[in-house]
Ligand binder design. Sequence first.
Ligand SMILES: C[S@@+](CC[C@H](N)C(=O)[O-])C[C@H]1O[C@@H](n2cnc3c(N)ncnc32)[C@H](O)[C@@H]1O
Length: 281
Amino acid sequence: MRPEIGQSKEKTGSLPAGADQSSNFSYFKAQSSWGATKHMGGFKATEELITMCQITPGKRFLEVGCGAGMTTWRLAKEYHCSVVGVDLSPQMIAWSKKRVEKESVKSQTTFVIADATNLPFLSDHFDIVLSESVTAFPREKQAVINEYARLLRPGGFVGINEGTWLYDDPPENLVEYVKNTMENVQFLTAAGWEALFKRAELVDIRVKVYKISMIEQWKNQLGGLRAGDKQDTLRAFKDFFSLSLRNPEFRKYARSITPSPAVLRQFFIYLGYGLYVGKKV
Ligand SMILES: C[S@@+](CC[C@H](N)C(=O)[O-])C[C@H]1O[C@@H](n2cnc3c(N)ncnc32)[C@H](O)[C@@H]1O
């Protein structure tokens, strides 16, 4: 039987005390080391996505793949909503908990360690299921979108922001590069993401697709930072540089993910992000 909302499968764990200095880095492990996560389009995209989901104060959010809680605390503090944040990674959940405590919105938030393909909540409960840069990672994407739809109350919205191929035929070496450097990620075209929503029987589907550039990404990411975010981002940069200087394994990892100039050029030609919103009947 599925546990009640907010009932956690979480094991006890301690908050990360700064950077994780151990070896065998991966995309997620590196991010959880310094406790900063991101998605394409930054906070500008988050604001657009939650507006498309008709956010109003008091809404019950499920945020899947909440990472370091960068969106979670805002939903609680700036939009006065309640949020259940879910992530596969105990370290990410620990960063999120730290973040909401710092922003004094602990009472409006609950965190659960769980997999997006099998979320431990009762059906028909949430007003909005939000997920930013998460659904591209699990192989069973249809199962994930079905799960998001199951958890919504009728009339509620699923809103996702996901990496989107802007053309049907992205170069093979670019597809391989993103897969190998980002935890086997598989981006879809806008039509591919939309089809998942349709098969989950979501209606009134809206799609907005954007190109990205390095400058825009940094502008949107850094431009939306609030005071607490700025401190966390500075600390994250410090941890990043400290790892780069002191940890040879991390330097090896950083070299292994550095794209060739050709792949970097292709990246910004072929890859963008999409905001996808659908409503449960
Ligand atoms: C790129 S980060 C984005 C984090 C956050 N949404 C943000 O925009 O800052 C992806 C997050 O999704 C989590 N994740 C990946 N696969 C997941 C899954 N199957 N179920 C739950 N969380 C997952 C990772 O642990 C990571 O925290």
